[in-house]
Design a protein around this ligand. Structure first.
Ligand code: GDP
Ligand code: MN
Length: 398
């Protein structure tokens, strides 16, 4: 039997590394983490401009592997995101490849210069060593091989700690362009703080970008933490435990809901309900009707049209979904309003159409059902009836 021995240490994805950068005050581009093409589209639509769409994988060399793309509008962003999510990126170092499951959408900056800076532990010297070169953007190993004198090094005495003269000396020795000089000593100090405070084996910024408008920004982030230091930061220790589920959490947060409002399963019926209890009941009803839920989204109280639309898009972005059951317990929420919200949400060409069964209860439920029927949906009165119709539609039998 072949056992896979896990490597020691906790390697962070770029978006996680940048989270730590921001905590210590290292400038990063503005942006958002996304797990769906719809999330990318919505973000760019709300923030017009030029954006970089970056595959979040552990392997390096994403640029060369086709994992970094540029988008100038929401539609282009959506198309590129669709291409990237699910794609397997390969490189020489990683011939098996790694599947892209999430993306980082970031402000595209105009690059004047790309530098490199890292801190690692030099085991022999028993000290952290800082490496800086003006030849960033490429593999530092290549620079080390072909142009070793271009790399400036400094061993920091942990007892004395960091002082700004170290950054000034390194910037000069590495021949960093003038534009870096002012920001670099404080930035390196912050990187050293991160390295010590979070117990890192490696922190690397490649490229550390100088923009045409004079900003110094960490355009990429590579952070490898020592397991032994994680007890100090339980929130980060959680990051690598969450992996499969955290995509669902991120998807729910991306549309403005709580982390635990969305969950995926193996079936073919998508479910939207208001309230976790009603959602559980709906899943049971689907099972009793001989089907299986593909997912469940709890939209909470007050079904706003905009949120219904985002929820609909999230649930139908799961390709397993063949039919959908929206189960809204109205109470004082007016059924005709909810129905109008649903019709509005699902109108338009920018949504994936699947057979839709809707159960409405509460005030004006009857009027609501009339609106839905007119729009071509299947309004039902009871949960069991709705579940039966949704299962039949998902199985292509109705
Ligand atoms: P890596 O290939 O996995 O190391 O990913 P990086 O984040 O380092 O990006 C690779 C390359 O993409 C960079 O060296 C840049 O040349 C380019 N790139 C990334 N972000 C930007 C940006 O905001 N503007 C421009 N012009 N290029 C970018
Ligand atoms: Mn890089």
């Amino acid at each position: 039997m072949v056992c896979k021995i896990p490597e020691p240490g906790m390697k962070l994805m770029e978006y996680q590394g940048k989270d730590l950068f921001r905590r210590v005050g290292i400038p990063t581009p503005s942006g958002v983490f996304a797990t769906t093409a719809a999330g990318v589209k919505d973000y760019i639509a709300g923030h017009p401009g030029s954006w970089v769409i970056k595959s979040q994988v552990m392997m390096g060399g994403r640029g060369k592997a086709g994992g970094i793309k540029f988008a100038d509008d929401a539609a282009q962003g959506e198309t590129l995101a669709r291409e990237l999510i699910g794609k397997v990126l390969k490189s020489i170092q990683n011939p098996d490849g790694e599947e892209v499951k999430s993306l980082l959408v970031e402000e595209k900056v105009d690059i004047a210069s790309e530098a490199y800076v890292s801190i690692t532990i030099d085991r022999a010297a028993k000290k952290p060593v800082v490496l800086v070169t003006a030849q960033g953007g490429m593999d530092v190993e290549e620079v080390a091989e072909h142009n070793p004198e271009a790399i400036a090094k400094y061993w920091i005495d942990p007892a004395a700690g960091y002082a700004p003269f170290i950054g000034r000396r390194l910037a000069f020795a590495a021949k960093l362009p003038e534009g870096y000089r002012k920001a670099f000593p404080a930035l390196l100090g912050a990187l050293y703080t991160l390295f010590m405070e979070y117990g890192a084996n490696l922190v690397e910024i490649n490229p550390l970008v100088l923009t045409r408008d004079g900003r110094v920004i960490a355009s990429d982030a590579k952070v490898d933490l020592d397991d032994n230091g994680l007890y100090k930061h339980p929130d980060i220790a959680e990051w690598n435990k969450q992996s499969p589920a955290d995509e669902d959490q991120a998807a729910a947060v991306a549309i403005g809901l709580g982390m635990s409002n969305y969950a995926k399963f193996d079936g073919t019926v998508g479910i939207i309900a208001n309230g976790a209890g009603l959602g559980m009941g709906t899943m049971d009803a689907i099972r009793s009707a001989g089907g299986e839920a593909a997912n469940f989204l709890d939209i909470g109280g007050g079904a706003q049209a905009a949120l219904v639309k985002k929820s609909y898009n999230l649930v139908t972005s799961d390709p397993k979904v063949r039919a959908m059951f929206i189960n809204i317990f109205g109470g004082i929420t007016r059924g005709d309003q909810v129905a109008k919200g649903i019709v509005e949400a699902v109108a338009g060409d920018d949504v994936r159409k699947v057979p839709l069964v809707v159960r409405l209860t509460g005030t004006n439920a009857e009027e609501g059902r009339a609106i839905l029927a007119e729009a071509g949906f299947v309004p039902v009165e009871t949960m069991d009836e709705g579940a039966a119709r949704a299962v039949a539609l998902a199985q292509g039998a109705a």
